[in-house]
Design a protein. Structure first.
Length: 311
């Protein structure tokens, strides 16, 4: 890998302080509407599902309420399915994949599972098309007690009563070209370290939990996705984003250790999806459809193997 040019904010080798964070904040502008593109869709679901507010971003609570969608007629004896999207607000298909699943597919699982869906965990980042929150904190490294990210802390509070009752958690993400052009250079500058160029994988892949791997489950998710779009291949080193490929399209991360959203419950089946929206081989619609296929594949596998985890 080769070293790339320093980020325009900050001094190379020196972590950001308040002045640099303020300079970064000044560059952020709203590029799309959370109200028009997300909240309006959630509102359209209120007749069929329970919609609840579980928090709000304190810098603009009226503009950024945090909403979740729940099964109407929740039944405690049923397994729980947790779906999260927009932890990184710029990862568009995660948000709209979660909403699309509820709109078109959730009803087919009625009476078999309870759903809890948080479709846009980071609404300010959704509007500004950012990876971080307003405080230049990555929510997807902040799911732990005393979290510095209010988006992460709010979701942790919401999910806490269900941590041991979730059967499957699927966290919907994207890997984009801007990871290399903007977000990884910004992170290196913020942390005062040298950034090196990596390789963005072309295709869909998943991140399993290295502490409790479930390879067959991940393969079932990928098999469902492969009907919609292509699966990412390993690079010349046998890796995807710097991690060894343990099976086609599958890498491992220690989810809880890294403070990742997919590690917030003790679900036996959990995964982080990653689709590549900048691929010449995939459209924006295919990316959304791939996220939906991943959710359906995850739930179908978990329900078919529920007895195994209860044994």
């Amino acid at each position: 890998m080769t070293t790339i040019q320093p980020y325009p904010i900050g001094t190379p080798g020196r972590p950001w302080g308040p002045a640099e964070v303020a300079a970064w904040q000044a560059l952020q502008t709203r590029k799309r509407s959370y109200q028009a593109q997300v909240l309006s869709v959630i509102d359209s679901l209120r007749e069929r599902y329970e919609v609840a507010q579980y928090g709000a971003l304190d810098h603009d609570p009226d503009r950024y309420p945090l909403l979740c969608i729940r099964s109407r007629g929740w039944r405690d004896e049923l397994p729980c399915v947790l779906i999260t999207g927009g932890v990184h607000g710029y990862e568009t298909s995660g948000v709209h994949g979660a909403l699309r699943f509820v709109e078109r597919h959730a009803a087919s699982y009625a009476g078999r599972v309870n759903f809890l869906v948080a479709p846009c965990v980071s609404p300010w980042a959704y509007e500004t098309i950012q990876r971080w929150n307003l405080d230049a904190v990555d929510p997807n490294r902040s799911f732990f007690v005393g979290s510095p990210a209010q988006e992460s802390a709010a979701l942790l509070r919401l999910v806490a009563p269900l941590r041991d009752r979730v059967l499957v958690h699927i966290d919907l993400h994207e890997t984009t070209d801007t990871d290399e052009s903007e977000f990884l250079p910004a992170r290196a500058a913020r942390d005062g370290v040298v950034n090196t160029r990596g390789e963005i994988p072309d295709g869909f892949y998943v991140v399993d939990d290295s502490e409790h791997p479930q390879t067959a489950f991940q393969q079932a998710v990928l098999a469902a996705v492969a009907k919609v779009t292509h699966i990412a291949a390993a690079d010349a080193k046998g890796e995807i984003i710097g991690s060894p490929v343990v099976a086609p399209g599958i890498i491992h991360y220690p989810l809880k250790q890294l403070g990742l959203c997919a590690g917030i419950t003790n679900a036996p089946y959990k995964t982080t999806t990653e689709v590549y929206p900048d691929s010449p081989r995939a459209t924006a619609e295919q990316c959304i459809a791939a996220q939906v296929a991943a959710v359906c594949g995850a739930i179908d596998y978990a329900l078919a193997h529920e007895a195994e985890v209860q044994a």
